[in-house]
Unconditional design. Structure first.
Lengths: 266, 259
């Protein structure tokens, strides 16, 4: 079994005219790599009618509906995160309840509000109540404010995780931009934060540093926007780790933090 | 046969990178099925006189026949033409220059002179767009990325020049390829190290629009995992001859024509 904990899909109300091809390409490449489940989200309209990282409640609903459609169309391949914008507390909580009731298995937070902001507490309390993990977009070492997102770094995510010790948090794409060497030391003392290995970065030494910082039990495999980099990291890990530890990264760690029954063999 | 045209030896100044010795590189090549690597002396890129790394690089190439040295040339330092002459006898498949790291104009007079000299010598010139993702570089690692305009300027400046450009992404490649005449474009080769695979399928698209004959296998190892290049090829819808051309055929023809 192989679980990609960080995948995305597109839909017809996004700026991408090639949305069908991209969705199909992800599934086709997944077959070749051997991905059993793509755990995926859609960030609203991906910028079409509200910003990708500040999606409107209406765009969140529409994107989440399309994710539910994909989960229904591919029950053996696709699982879904519910995406919300925590600036709209009431709408976010209602959307979480609606989508988790419909079978989604996690919460996706992008960069609509800094991770250590108290405004994230209501959605995290609901995640705890429903027993689902939170995948949080992270800029590894944010040195300034970047345009079009209120990005968080590992320190801020760790602060949120400390307030919600019963929730597993997934630090998104350690290879996805920014200084991963800055993130990893913060995570040593954040036991409920797991590291998602996705991202286009395939730096030599990065996987060794991840293992050293958080141990194999807190690593999750994923791809995000580049499936080849995910496959490359998996191949390298197969060189680094014994078979039983590879299984942890491939799927067992994920099966541990997602709701029981989210995947058929957990 | 698999040739990695984009590999490095020696320490990186901005972070600890494992596997930078010749022996470690050879082990990584074994692991990933790479038969031959074109190697650069990595620390030399950051030295005031990058030529000082070339002697060690030539020795490493002489000791390990699977490593082909790509010596560095800083064309504003007197004596650079000696490096170009020495490259041929040291089995170099190319020479390289990293103007943005040297702090010289990427398509200024010195680079144009180097381009002309490489063309006259029949020696391919290698340029890197970047070495690391700009979002993670050390605060004091402030060298700019190679502009696409510089590649266009150099390929136009020296009619017989052959350029190998590493670490370029799809927009960069498209900008240069379609900003060049067909004759100029036939003198450009791109390594695949920074081109995305699925689901964006940038490499698949480029192979259809630019052509498989323009691409060579490159990894950027050990700064980057060499497994990435192999995984990228394994995910392509590509017939065997085109894959063989990318993995080794195009690079073999390029070095065979180096005089």
């Amino acid at each position: 079994m192989l679980i990609d904990v960080h995948a995305h899909f597109l839909h017809e109300r996004t700026p991408r005219a090639d949305w069908r091809e991209r969705n199909a390409s992800r599934l086709r490449a997944g077959e070749r790599v051997g991905i059993t489940f793509h755990v995926a989200s859609i960030l609203g309209s991906w910028g079409q009618t509200s910003p990708t990282y500040f999606p409107s409640p209406a765009d969140c609903r529409y994107g989440n509906d399309r994710m539910l459609d994909l989960q229904r169309e591919h029950p053996g391949r696709v699982r879904a995160y519910v995406t919300v914008n925590p600036n709209y507390t009431d709408e976010a909580l209602a959307e979480m309840r609606r989508c988790l009731d419909a079978g989604m298995i996690g919460l996706k937070l992008a960069a609509s509000r800094r991770a250590d902001d108290r405004l994230l507490d209501p959605v995290c309390r609901l995640a705890a109540e429903r027993g689902v993990p939170v995948l949080h977009h992270v800029w590894q070492h944010r040195r300034r404010d970047y345009p079009a997102q209120e990005a968080s770094d590992a320190r801020e995510l760790a602060a949120l995780a400390a307030r919600h010790a019963g929730v597993p948090f997934i630090l998104a794409h350690i290879g996805g931009g920014g200084d991963w060497l800055h993130s990893l030391p913060v995570l040593r003392d954040a036991p409920n934060v797991l590291v998602d290995l996705s991202g286009s970065g395939v730096d030599g030494g990065m996987l060794e540093a991840c293992l050293d910082a958080v141990g194999v039990e807190r690593l999750l495999w994923g791809c995000d926007l580049t499936i080849e980099t995910g496959w490359a990291k998996l191949r390298y890990l197969e060189h680094l780790l014994p078979a039983e530890e590879i299984e942890l990264v491939r799927w067992r760690n994920a099966a541990r933090i997602f709701p029981r029954g989210a995947f058929p063999s957990d | 046969m698999r040739i990695d045209v984009n590999a490095f030896l020696g320490a990186y100044p901005f972070r600890r990178v494992p596997g930078t010795s010749p022996e470690a590189l050879l082990a990584a090549m074994e692991r990933t099925g790479v038969d031959e690597a074109w190697v650069t002396h990595l620390p030399g890129i950051f030295w005031r006189d990058p030529h000082e790394g070339n002697a060690w690089l030539f020795q490493a190439g002489a000791r390990h026949r699977r490593l082909r040295p790509v010596p560095a040339i800083q064309p504003e330092i007197a004596g650079w033409d000696e490096v170009l002459r020495a490259a041929g006898s040291a089995r170099a498949p190319a020479v390289r220059s990293d103007p943005t790291f040297y702090g010289i104009a990427p398509s200024g007079p010195a680079m144009r002179e180097l381009a002309a000299a490489c063309a006259a010598a029949g020696m391919p010139l290698m340029l890197a767009v970047r070495l690391e993702d700009g979002r993670q570089r050390h605060p004091n690692d402030a060298a700019g990325e190679l502009p696409a305009a510089a590649v266009r300027a150099l390929i136009r400046a020296a009619p017989a020049l052959r350029l190998v450009v590493t670490h370029a992404d799809r927009p960069f490649i498209e900008e240069v390829h379609f900003g060049a005449t067909p004759e100029e474009a036939r003198r450009l080769w791109w390594d695949i190290s920074w081109v995305w695979g699925p689901p964006e399928d940038h490499l698949q698209t480029l192979l259809e629009t630019v052509g498989a004959d323009r691409f060579v296998f490159g990894t950027g190892q050990p700064l980057r995992l060499p497994e990435n290049g192999v995984a990228k090829l394994d995910l392509l819808e590509l017939e065997g001859a085109a894959r063989a051309a990318i993995e080794s055929g195009n690079a073999s023809r390029l070095q065979a024509s180096a005089r």
